[in-house]
Design a protein around this ligand. Structure first.
Ligand code: ME8
Length: 516
């Protein structure tokens, strides 16, 4: 086992009320990039995703399709599971909230909340957003003309007996935690939103539904099912064995990092923290809320024809490759900001891969092939200032990446290695190895240029392994490097050795005739 510490990363568990789309793919790919990076640097890593299968939203969708919620989930959950395989997502587990292990864990959690004296019977009357599965206060409901702030659909009036969780009791401690742990909620602006909403005060939380049958029964009163968010948030620890016979994974990996969309930050920081306090367990290490995708400047919608669904994503992957999609998604905006899918930006991102990264690698492999029979030459003293600049950038990349990954600046993580490839192209243009090759007196200089360029593109490719797992590995093979499960530390401790036989030069990102 590694002595580098542990890293547990989760995505939201998605509602399988329909097929996954760009939003689900985005969060899952971002989490995958983080998981891959942390594994590469030698951390003991666990990556969880899954599906959130209970609640009124599933019931209503099933009704509208003349089916049952149980049949609906059996139809859609396999689509999520097989999509993650198709997209080469490296999750270690997939949790379903209808599974026996999850139910057992949730029951244990609710029993502990009951034991803490934090649950009491009352009656709920108020507004509910059935798409978001969220209780809405009168003030918020009025401000949004009694419509969902997220979907715009009308809110529904609920009136029924319900058990309540003493959220008010925990709110001051949750606020204190959020304020004192600057990293707990990221990015900063979102943290401030939660702080101001929480400072305004909260009500106790209705956590059971007596009129709903599709859910996990409340252990002390099975006429009620548990509120879907209490059920869903629990997944992050039930999947690790919490409240079950074998909780070794929980002991090993909790607390984890939750990657989510901004619309569910409140649940993850306020409800979830209070629940964990009630059962006496540590709070998550971090909750990172990323932004929302629009398409061509407008909210994605089926009726407007700009919905980025699975079909569209598969088309892009078919034309440009999975790694190009991964790069584009990360590259599209500073991580945390809202993002907009546009053909122009996609083409720009693809050009960076083909014209900057791919072209740089190809030039180097071809030149070493042509001028030195494919055998990497050594660099020679004295080196010039231009060499030292490239060397410095090459050497700094792993450290800069570690900083960016640590701060979850995923756009930077994608761009930094490309910037090094861009600098390497500039270096080749300026040093003109094609001219040096014509002059036997400049043989040593040529070798220095070839060596330093190769070292630079080598590091750039290593730096992209988490983002472009297939293409970076393919590029490294062209440089004569096999990964063989080596950690980043092992790879970085060895620059490319002179005498290394490089492979065949082939375009990493061949041009695509068809526009995106
Ligand atoms: O909320 N842009 O599930 P969900 C970016 N089951 N990300 C998007 C997006 C968009 N336009 N649309 C969706 C749920 N997402 C609950 C979660 S967790 C204990 C329970 C992503 O199927 C983003 O990660 O509605 C968002 O938080 C998630 O999908 C919502 O998925």
């Amino acid at each position: 086992m590694s002595n580098r510490g542990r890293f547990y990363i989760t995505t939201p568990i998605y509602y399988p009320n329909a097929e996954p789309h760009l939003g689900h793919v985005y969060t899952t790919i971002c989490a995958d990039v983080l998981a891959r990076y942390h594994r590469l640097v030698g951390e003991d890593t666990w990556f969880l995703t899954g599906t959130d299968e209970h609640g009124i939203k599933m019931v209503k969708t099933a009704e509208s399709q003349n089916t049952t919620p149980a049949e609906l989930v059996e139809k859609n959950v396999p689509i999520f599971e097989s999509l993650w395989k198709e997209l080469n997502i490296s999750n270690d587990d997939f949790i379903r909230t209808t599974s026996a292990r999850h139910k057992q864990g949730v029951e244990a959690i609710v029993r502990r909340m009951l034991d803490s004296g934090d649950i009491y019977l009352g009656s709920y009357e108020g507004w509910y957003d059935e798409g978001q599965e969220e209780f809405v206060t009168e003030t918020e409901a009025k401000a949004n003309e009694y419509k969902s702030a997220v979907s715009g659909r009308p809110l529904v009036r609920y009136k029924e007996p319900s058990y309540f969780f003493k959220l008010k009791k925990y709110a001051p401690r949750v606020l204190e935690h959020i304020q004192s742990q600057a990293d707990f909620i990221q990015p900063e602006a979102r943290r401030n939103e939660v702080i101001s909403k929480l400072s305004a005060g909260v009500e106790d939380l209705s956590i059971s539904r007596s009129s709903l049958k599709w859910g996990i029964p409340l252990p002390n009163d099975p006429q009620h099912v548990i509120y879907v968010w209490i059920d869903a948030l629990s997944n992050y620890i039930t999947a690790m064995g919490y409240g079950q016979a074998d909780d070794a994974l929980y002991q090993r990996y909790w607390p984890g990092v939750h990657l989510i969309g901004k619309e569910i930050l409140w649940f993850h920081t306020v409800y979830w923290s209070a629940m964990l306090m009630s059962i006496g367990q540590p709070l998550p290490r971090q909750v990172y809320a990323h932004g929302w995708w629009t398409a061509e400047g407008r909210k994605m919608s089926k009726s407007m024809g700009n919905f980025i669904d699975l079909g569209k994503l598969r088309g892009v992957i078919g034309d440009y490759g999975l790694d190009a999609l991964r790069y584009y998604l990360l590259r599209a905006a500073p991580f945390g900001n809202d993002l907009d899918w546009t053909e122009t930006d996609f083409n720009k991102a693809f050009k960076e891969l083909s014209d900057v990264l791919g072209n740089c690698l190809n030039r180097i492999v071809k030149m070493v092939g042509r001028y030195r029979g494919g055998v990497l030459p050594a660099a020679h003293e004295p080196v010039e200032e231009i060499d030292r600049n490239l060397q410095a950038q090459t050497e700094m990349l792993p450290q800069r990446l570690a900083g960016s990954y640590g701060r979850v600046e995923l756009q930077q993580c994608a761009m930094l290695p490309i910037e090094l490839a861009r600098a390497t192209n500039g270096y080749i243009d300026a040093t003109e190895p094609f001219k040096l090759a014509k002059d036997p007196a400049k043989a040593a200089r040529l070798e220095t240029v070839l060596n330093l360029s190769a070292q630079a593109i080598y590091r750039s490719l290593l730096g992209l392994l988490a983002i472009l797992p297939e293409k970076a590995a393919a590029g490294l093979r062209q440089l004569g490097v096999e990964l063989e499960g080596r950690t980043m530390e092992q790879l970085l401790s060895m620059p490319l050795p002179p005498g290394l036989q490089l492979g065949e030069g082939q375009p990493l990102f061949p041009r695509v005739e068809k526009p995106a």
